[in-house]
Design a protein around this ligand. Structure first.
Ligand code: PEP
Ligand code: MN
Length: 357
């Protein structure tokens, strides 16, 4: 797949591209008041969910097609482009018929190849060429995300963008959806020209996390931001904890530091050389460690000992982590590294064990 599409052409070439609006269209008044507030702050693209995928039945599932005249008023009165989420054949027909400029596909839908194909087919049928923005699937599967975009691309859509909204996890800690930054970074590496948009509202799930998440996205060179904004967040019918007023949104955006992407990186040459050398040392050390671990595996086999010695592993973890802490290395990071190394050692030792004598 080429995906060399330029979403921004014809819409905006400014970085970051900003899409803002409520999680859901609730009432005509809420939609218009929010849109006016955003337009006053210079926002050019309005978002509002017309159909809402909710975790449990019985909640507010969106106003449905009744909301389209409200979006059309937004377009007419403020000049903003309008966008909404589509998840089915019928959603696409309705949205296109009602003049929606940008469609986005939600995280639950992009995880489902049947639904993606259904959407791709109807896009082709009605000749909608984009922009279509595809959120990452709820599960951290980069190929599934790319596959979803590929289906849209194959339907003739050339203006495609990816939205990073984080990944579901069983235990909710700081974030509502874990960012797993390496996944969008790898997407950007594979498709450098594919516009990448961050959705800090759904990653963070809390107002106070929007500003730092926006800054992080800018520092990682994302092309745009999609942020939930509501004229009265506390009384929102969905996602109220993560919505901000247009005024707060504008304040957050004005504080963002946008780095210069045209700067050359020549001055970094020397430092990068040092990184290359250190990486090469790191690989040599890991390889040496694996060799020794294999020797231990051989010994365990000859003495009929089990591969996993949990006491020893606990001791290693504890010691290394306290050492890392003293050296200013982040503890969760070090834990991840040690766990990965240990997992590989165990895998290799099991391989030795299963080899014929
Ligand atoms: C949304 O954008 O309101 C939404 C439902 O998002 P997601 O698909 O990321 O959960
Ligand atoms: Mn939402």
């Amino acid at each position: 797949m080429e995906l060399e599409s330029i979403l921004l052409s014809g819409i905006s070439s400014q970085r970051p591209l900003i899409i803002a609006g409520p999680c859901s269209a609730e009432t005509e008044e809420q939609v218009i008041t929010t849109a006016r507030g955003l337009a006053d702050k210079g926002i050019k693209i309005f978002r509002a969910g017309i159909w809402k995928p909710r975790t449990k039945p019985g909640g507010f599932e969106g106003v449905g097609s009744e909301g389209f005249p409200w979006l059309q008023r937004v377009k007419k009165e403020t000049g903003m482009y309008i966008s909404t989420e589509v998840a089915t054949h019928n959603h696409v027909l309705e949205a296109v018929k009602n003049g929606v400029d940008i469609l986005w596909i939600g995280a639950r839908t992009s995880a489902n190849p049947f639904a993606m194909q259904e959407i791709a087919d109807v896009l082709k049928e009605v000749g909608f060429t984009g922009p279509v923005l595809v959120k990452n699937p709820v599960n951290p599967d980069l190929d599934l995300w790319i596959g979803a975009m590929e289906r849209i691309y194959n339907a003739g859509v050339r203006k495609i963008g990816a939205i990073h909204r984080g990944f579901s996890s069983y235990d909710k800690k700081l974030y509502r959806n874990l960012p797993q930054w390496h996944i969008p970074i790898e997407l950007k590496r594979r498709f450098p020209n594919l516009p990448l948009i961050s959705d800090p509202s759904h990653i963070g799930g809390k107002r106070e996390l929007i500003a730092p998440l926006c800054q992080q996205a800018m520092d990682l060179n994302y092309d745009g931001l999609i942020i939930e904004s509501h004229c009265d967040p506390d009384s929102a019918w969905s996602d109220k904890d993560q919505q901000v007023t247009p005024d707060v949104l504008s304040y957050i955006l004005n504080l963002l530091v946008i780095r210069d992407t045209t700067q050359t990186t020549e001055n970094l040459c020397e430092l990068r050389q040092q990184i290359d050398e250190l990486d090469s040392d790191l690989l040599a050390i890991i390889s040496k460690r694996m060799r020794i671990s294999k020797e231990i595996g051989q010994y365990k086999k000859e003495h009929n000992m089990p591969v996993l010695q949990t006491n020893r592993y606990d001791e290693i973890l504890e010691k290394r982590i306290s050492q890392a802490e003293k050296m200013g290395i982040g503890v969760p990071f070090m834990k991840t590294v040690l766990e990965a190394i240990h997992e590989e050692s165990i895998r290799q030792q099991i391989e030795i064990l299963s080899q014929e004598k």
